[in-house]
Design a protein around this ligand. Sequence first.
Ligand code: ASP
Ligand code: MG
Length: 464
Amino acid sequence: MALLLMKFGGTSVGSADAISRVAAITRDQQVRWGQVAIVVSAMSGVTDLLIRGAQAALHERGGYRPAALQIREKHEVAIRELLGDEAEAAAVRSIIEPLISEFELLCHSVGVLGELSPRALDAISGLGERMSAPLVAATIQSQGMAAEAIDASDIVVTTAEFGNAVPIYPETRERIRERLLPLLHHGVVPVVTGFVGATETGALTTLGRGGSDYSGAIVGAALDADEVAIYTDVDGVMTTDPRQVREARILPSLSYAEMSELAYFGAKVLHPRTIRPVVEREIAIRIRNTFNADHEGTLIVRESTSGGRPVKAVTSIKSMSLITVEGRGMIGVPGVAARTFGAVASVGANVLMISQASSEQSICFVQTSTAPTVVQALEDGLGSAIARRDIDRIIAREDVVIVTAVGAGMRETPGVAAMVFRVLSEQGINVVAIAQGSSECAISIVVSARDCDAAVRAIHALTI
Ligand code: ASP
Ligand code: MG
C-alpha cells in the first residue's frame, strides 16, 4: 500500500466549498493510494486575525473582540454549511468555542500585562490550525470516511525559537510515527494541524508564517510518504510570472535544485528550507490545485527531465542595487572580499549575487538594502584600503533587476549562456552583470529596471 501526504493551505480550507473539495479529494486519493494523511492550515485570513487581535489587545482594552467575532463567524458559517447533522455540528463547535475563549483569555492577559511576548504570540497565532483541523476531520467523517484531528503540538517537538521554531529529530519522527501509523493502518485519515509544534516541556511554538508547508514536509518525511502533495489555489509552478508574460505555462516537473533556484531568485514557490525534510529522503513533491483537482500539477523530484529545453523557467527580482568595488590594488591581496562582505553584512544587507572579474580588479554584487547605506558601510569598513589607494572607487547603481534563467539542462548543454545573451541583444537589452549559480542550473543577469519585462519575455521564449 502506498501513502500520500496532502497539505492543504489556507484558501484550500478557507470556506465550506473549499473544505468539501478537500473531503472529495481525500476520498479519491485514498482510493488511489491506499493511505492518506493530511496537514491543514488555518482557514484563510484567520492567522492574520489572531495576530492582529493580539496586537490590538496591547493597545486597547478589548481590542481583540472584533477579531474574535470574525473568527467565530467564519467557522460557524462553514460548520452550518458542511455539517447538516446537528450532533456533528455541535461536536465541532464544542472544540472551536473553547479555542476562541482561549484566544480571548490570552488577549485579555496581553492587555493586562501590557506585553506580547513571542511565546504568547505563538500560543495565540497557532489557534487557527487547532480550529480548522477538527472541522476538516468532521467533514471527512460526514462523507463516510474515518478521520481524526491531531494537534501537532503533541507530535512535532521543536526548539524554543518562538515564531520560527525548528523540529528536533529523532523525537519528532518517532512521535509522528507512533501516533499516526496505527491510525493509517486502520484506514483512519489523520488531519494534523500545520504551522504549530511544542517544545519538549510543552510550550506552544510555531514554525514561522506560511509554516504549514514545512509541517507537511515534516510529517510526510516522518511517515516515509511516497509523495507529498501541496494543495494550493494555483495549478502548479509556472515558467514565469503570468502578469509579465502571457504565454507563461505550468511546468509539469522540476528538480529540487531548479526549485531552490526559482525560490532564491524571487519565484513564489516552496521555500527550500521548508522542503528539506522531503528532499533529504528523496520523496516526490507535487504542487497542485484544490480548485482544479484533475490537473496533475507540478512534480518536484531529484532528477527532472528538461524536455529538450535547457531553460525551463525565468524569474525576476526588482528594486535591487548593484555595488561595484574597484581598485588595482585589490589584485592578489587576500581578504578584500571578506572585508567587503563583512561590511555589507554589518548593515544587514542581503547579497543575492556576486561576481568578481578574473583580473581581480573589481568585485560587484547585487543587494537588497538601499545603496547609500551599503556604500557608507563599505567606506567605513575598507577605509584603510581606500587610504592606501588599493581601492579606487565604490560605485552604486540603483534600480537594477536580477533576471534569472533556470534549468538543470544547462549543465549538460553547451551554449546556453550564449543563447540567453543572443536573445537579449536582439532586443537591444544591455547586460550590466552576469553570474552563474554554483548549482550550474541558473544564470543570473543584471539589467536596468526598465528592461526587466522585455528581458524576461525574451528569455521566456527559450522555454517554448
Ligand atoms: N496559518 C499559518 C499562516 O498563515 C501557516 C500557513 O498557512 O502556512 O502563516
Ligand atoms: Mg496561510
